[in-house]
Ligand binder design. Structure first.
Ligand code: SF4
Length: 288
């Protein structure tokens, strides 16, 4: 699940399921200090990757199912109206300190860009936001592994997303064939990831998201770290604009069979990693 990047605190009586919606889920986000509206294109728990730290239960290999655009529109418009009228806060007893809509994130139980009608779904979301009586000055994020940029529908959707002020959080955990295969469970080359990153950044503002953890007690190997730094340096040399690199640990447990083999890296290790990244001239954000 890409929500590892969001660090949310679900309020007790309205989890994604109990809200009773198919595609839209509200969370009270400690990170954002308010409400995040999540959009899940993958209610079937399917992703084309299989990351060791993925938080999706019963994750299976595959793509997002066909999406009912009318339902998406109705759910999103309905939830935003409930938030606007404050009915949502009353119903779910949201603390006053968190009674503020902070962001909308396409972040679900799988890779959102595997949705065939991705462009139509983005257009639907754009229309809902456009039809609101007020302009929402909030972050709009797609959290993605960035692997489907070859599809015209994904490119069109990202381009539209950028028009409404959206950005893409692009997953980069490793930059060697071996490391990507081990951590992300996919045979994709670093070169292909670079091409995808270049396409994405051409269409939409991009932040890199990286999950760092130990495996069997060992932090990422030095040669893996070096390959990662080299990859980002090369991206910068190629003129690919990267807004920021966001580093995450394992604040929420993996739901994959390898979960017990994963652990946190030491503070010292993380500090050195951040310093190396900073020396490339990249903005770095460390999320606890
Ligand atoms: S890209 Fe990885 S973390 Fe994200 S949903 Fe797929 S398997 Fe899970």
């Amino acid at each position: 699940m890409d929500t590892e990047a969001r660090r949310t605190l679900q309020i007790s009586n309205h989890s994604r399921d109990s809200a009773g919606l198919t595609y839209v889920y509200p969370v009270v986000s400690r990170r954002a200090g308010g409400i995040s509206v999540g959009i899940n294109f993958n209610p079937n728990n399917a992703c084309n990757w299989r990351c060791l730290y993925c938080q999706v239960p019963e994750l299976r290999r595959g793509a997002a199912p066909e999406l009912d655009l009318e339902t998406l529109e109705a759910e999103l418009a309905g939830l935003l109206e409930q938030i606007d009228t404050r009915e949502f806060y009353r119903q779910f007893e949201v603390p006053t300190s968190h009674q503020q809509l902070r962001d909308i994130a396409i972040s679900g139980n799988g890779e959102p860009t595997t949705l065939k009608a991705f462009d139509h779904a983005i257009e639907t979301i754009a229309r809902v936001l456009n039809d609101l009586p007020i302009t929402l000055n909030i972050a709009k994020v797609i959290i993605s592994n960035g692997s489907m940029l070859h599809r015209p529908a994904v490119r069109a959707g990202l381009s539209r997303w950028q028009e409404i002020g959206g950005e893409l959080w692009f997953k980069l955990d490793r930059a060697t064939h071996e490391g990507i295969r081990k951590i992300n469970g996919i045979a994709i080359s670093p070169r292909q990831i670079m091409e995808n990153l270049a396409i994405a950044a051409d269409l939409c503002p991009v932040r890199i998201q990286t999950c760092l953890f130990s495996f069997d007690g060992q932090p990422p190997a030095p040669h893996e770290c070096q390959a990662y730094f080299d990859f980002l340096e090369m991206a910068l040399q190629q003129g690919i604009p990267i807004e920021e690199v966001m580093l995450y640990g394992l604040a929420r447990p993996s739901m994959q069979p390898e979960a017990t083999r994963l652990g946190t890296v030491s503070r010292e290790w993380m500090r050195d990693f951040v310093q190396n990244l900073g020396s490339l001239g990249l903005a770095v954000r460390l999320t606890p």
